[in-house]
Write a protein that binds this ligand. Structure first.
Ligand code: 5CA
Ligand code: ZN
Length: 409
């Protein structure tokens, strides 16, 4: 699939910083040393009800990761998927009486537009589940042939016990895993499984549902976790720097994905850091497709909200926090954007070299965007009140805010 156009990332004077990031697996902050090419896989959307503010907040977090790396003179190899066939997508298409491929295409197109408007840097490889199927089938066959997978009434399940590190991403106990498995696409109560947590790798064709040639697996379609693993291993290999997504993906999705990859390769770990963004809520509950309490980026744009203000609203919360979207959050961002624009539209002003370092420092410390915004706010306040005449200052601030925060002033 094609991704979306990249906005330019201005180069800044001085030196970038290494990224320190919170890793769910080790439950601490680690300093990543990615080498010249940093490798990141971020789970993409299931294309319906896109792009809501929760999605946008999560992709904003991983956009900041890229920006810290780029500022630190790393190349970034970024891969993202689109889950363009899966139960929830098929259920939505059925409910609304539309063709599932049309739904997926339309929503993916909308997602691309929203990402472009928000100045999120695109992945180099943007891969759909359907196009990944030829690569998924041999992986499932290999797992089965190695005894890490088994068949149940035509479906193929992964045996979580085949990975000695299983459980090490989410650090949950068995009871919590079982609950979450039932909530998030698993089938812990299905009879005949070796372990209730075992996830499906390949689902045999069901009447009325799309299916593909699965070689020795028979016709069917891939499970959710193996989709991301196949795409990640194909484009990044093992031991990549960051596996990213919202916190609702830590279990089962990232736990199972890591186990699939580790069982396939015998190597550990799949990723150096498992990074999870907090959940955005609306009216006191997690913004989710199932509850329907959604605010869409495209609806805000249609209502005339500047995408830069939406982005500032996302940035005003730490990526790991769970937070609530309200009109006040957006109003504050709109006001901030106006002030920042007024401050950089002066022809000269308060020297900003220290500000560049403050923003760098804040983001490198576990992507502390609120601290970065506070630093810019302080400069803006001085700038609007001062009669200093550094001619390079407004341009330098614009470039810093653009390069590190993705906000065009
Ligand atoms: N296609 C899979 C990943 S392979 C999927 O989870 N798709 S999704 O459309 O449901 O979610 C896309 C991303 O948005 C995921 O990282 C998910 O964790 C994140 N997300 C979903 N809802 C919210 C929310 N309310 N707040 C923050 N992030 C969210
Ligand atoms: Zn995924």
């Amino acid at each position: 699939m094609h991704a979306w156009p990249a906005s330019e990332v201005p180069a800044l004077p001085g030196k970038g910083r290494d990224l320190q990031i919170h890793d769910t697996a080790t439950q601490g902050t680690i300093t990543l040393d990615p080498g010249p090419v940093a490798r990141i896989y971020v789970c993409g959307i299931t294309p319906y009800d896109a792009t809501h503010i929760g999605h946008a907040a999560t992709y904003n977090a991983f956009d900041l990761v890229q920006r810290v790396w780029l500022d630190n003179k790393r190349q970034v190899h970024y891969v993202q998927n689109v889950t363009d066939v899966d139960d929830p997508l098929l259920e939505r298409a059925l409910r609304d009486g539309q063709d599932w491929t049309e739904l997926a295409e339309r929503e993916t197109a909308l997602f691309r537009e929203d990402m472009t408007a928000l100045r999120m840097l695109p992945p180099q490889h943007y891969i759909g589940a359907v196009e990944a199927i030829p690569g998924i089938v041999p992986l499932v066959e290999r797992l089965r042939d190695a005894g890490a997978a088994y068949e149940l009434e035509g479906d193929v399940y992964f045996s979580v016990e085949s990975d000695p590190h299983f459980g090490g991403v989410s650090n949950l106990d068995a009871a919590a895993m079982r609950l979450l498995s039932a909530e998030r696409g698993g089938d812990p109560d299905r009879a005949g499984k070796k372990n209730p947590l075992d996830p499906m790798l390949w689902m045999a064709a069901r009447p009325g549902e799309p299916s593909w040639d699965g070689g020795s697996l028979g016709r069917g379609r891939p499970g959710w976790h193996i989709e991301c693993v196949a795409i990640a291993l194909d484009h990044l290999g093992m031991g990549f720097d960051i596996q990213g997504g919202g916190s609702d993906l830590a279990f089962p999705h990232h736990e199972m994905g890591a186990s699939h990859a580790q069982a396939l390769t015998g190597e550990f770990p799949m990723a150096k850091a498992y990074v999870h963004a907090g959940m955005v809520a609306l009216h006191g509950e997690k913004m989710s497709k199932s509850k329907g309490n959604l605010v869409f980026v495209s609806a805000l744009r249609r209502a005339g909200v500047d995408p830069a203000a939406i982005r500032l609203a996302l940035l005003s919360h730490h990526y790991r926090a769970n937070w609530e979207w309200t009109d006040a959050v957006l109003a504050e961002a709109v006001t901030r954007l106006e002030r920042w624009r007024a401050a950089v539209s002066r022809p000269d002003g308060v020297p900003a070299d220290a500000l560049v370092e403050e923003v760098r420092e804040a983001l490198s410390r576990d992507l502390d965007a609120p601290a970065a915004l506070a630093a810019v706010d302080r400069w803006v306040e001085l700038q609007l009140a001062s009669d200093e005449t550094d001619e390079s200052a407004p341009g330098l601030v614009s470039r810093t805010v653009d390069a590190l925060l993705g906000v065009a002033l």
